[in-house]
Ligand binder design. Sequence first.
Ligand code: NAP
Length: 282
Amino acid sequence: MTKHWQDQVAWITGAGSGIGRALAIELGRQGAIVAVSGRRQQRLEEVAREVEAAGGRALAVPCDVTEESDVVIASSSIVRELGRLDLAIANAGFSVAGAVRDLSAEDWRRQLDTNVIGAAMTARHALPHLERTQGRIALVGSVSALLPTPRMAAYTASKYALRAIGQTLSIELDGTGVSCTLVHPGFVESEIAQVDNQGRHDPARVDKRPKNLMWPADRAAREMLRAIRARKREHVFTGHGKLGAALGQHAPGIAHFVMTRGAAKRQAAAVTKNASSSSNDR
Ligand SMILES: NC(=O)c1ccc[n+]([C@@H]2O[C@H](COP(=O)([O-])OP(=O)(O)OC[C@H]3O[C@@H](n4cnc5c(N)ncnc54)[C@H](OP(=O)(O)O)[C@@H]3O)[C@@H](O)[C@H]2O)c1
């Protein structure tokens, strides 16, 4: 195996599970030294052990990306401990679900705080270190940044905003030697569906996403790292994700038609369910 990331220092936020964990392990396999961040320290230590078992070196650096002071301390302690920074992946995120008419201002703030401001602060405090190494920054967006999805307005808005940050950053970084890659995954196996609107992991929640359309996280990690290594500005993946993104971008009328048919079906199913439970109550 070619070790593309040999001795490179990488920092991944949201690395305690899902895509972030898979990125950390894959970077470890490819020889990197990986700093893993998130809020749950025990998860970070487990992932750090997995990175080391895969052949890399790892450092668990707890950090809540919604606290700028945490991000400042994390980025500077990584460089102090590991000597440099070559790659920062702003991956931490979760999804607030619910129709626009039901979401509170607090729901919106929580969503944007993590997915938008948290990622912007990760980029802000990683960049001075990346400029020294002509390194790479990656922002983990979503196909939702390209295709609006009903009951997901807060998440969709957060990923649209993240896309705007990445596109702007790519222009601002021109000539510095640092690249910014926006990666937009379709469905990937992870714990995202088990996280509630408060951002808390609840293992009892059922992942209702279509299993047949979902990529394993290790495959997603390899795909993402290829795009980041090639310094691509933007990369969409999973076949289904590419189709959704193309519809959202180039055929918004068809995307609207498909999405409204889905919403109508869900509404009809909910009405039928309510009707049958109220007739059972009688
Ligand atoms: N899985 C998919 O199908 C999919 C598709 C498109 C995009 N994405 C994006 O991929 C990224 C990773 O998500 P995932 O699917 O791998 O979900 P996941 O398994 O739930 O991982 C998300 C990670 O983010 C961390 N996190 C959440 N809030 C944080 C905060 N304030 N500060 C630091 N870390 C925080 C969580 O750890 P702690 O709770 O310990 O902090 C968790 O380990 C997200 O940005 C998501 O929007 C996922």
